[in-house]
Design a protein around this ligand. Structure first.
Ligand SMILES: [Zn+2]
Length: 180
């Protein structure tokens, strides 16, 4: 339960930083690194104390964010940017890989604008062709995400949880949620 429930971590400035497990969130509060901002009324009982499960916590020291350089390029972050969705056929499933729009063998770069999430069938079908040659248009133009993007794949959660998070997240993020 404490491993599946998520907690939204806010920066000292109340800007959203990321999600963590409820377990980690509680540890952060108990160790004095964060304070509880919102809870959903669910009570966690331990031998020594009972307390309301937090849904939003705030760190007590400003966390400096790497806004200048942006997000590190990685397969995981490509998955997040593309919302775990094949950019050719739109399927969302577990058998996903990443695809070079212009194949590496044809000089295509391994970077934000040439790599997208693809299902295995689309990846195979496309083979050594470019997306244009294969007649496989992309669902959206790939881009280099800003820092904000990756942190806010909103985990699945109860309505109460979502409502308490939305207060601290930009409205545009309400449309987005993760696969699980
Ligand atoms: Zn596909």
């Amino acid at each position: 339960m404490l491993d599946t429930q998520k907690v939204l971590i806010l920066n000292f400035s109340y800007e959203p930083l990321q999600f963590c497990t409820a377990k980690r969130g509680i540890v952060m509060v108990l160790s004095g690194r964060a304070e509880k901002i919102e809870s959903n009324g669910y009570i966690v009982r331990s031998p020594s104390q009972n307390f309301a499960l937090p849904t939003v916590i705030r760190v007590l020291k400003m966390v400096r964010r790497n806004t200048g350089k942006g997000l590190a390029f990685s397969k995981k972050n490509i998955m997040r940017r593309d919302n775990y969705t094949c950019q050719y056929c739109g399927v969302r499933e577990n058998m996903l890989t990443v695809d070079h729009i212009v194949p590496k063998s044809r000089g295509g770069g391994t970077n934000w604008t040439n790599v997208v999430v693809a299902s295995k069938p689309c990846n195979l079908k496309k083979g050594n062709k470019t997306a244009v040659e294969a007649g496989m248009p992309l669902q959206k133009k790939p881009f280099r995400p800003s820092f904000h993007y990756h942190a806010f794949v909103i985990p699945s959660a109860s309505e109460e949880h979502l409502e308490s998070w939305y207060k601290y997240l930009p409205p545009s993020l309400k449309m987005r949620s993760s696969l699980n």
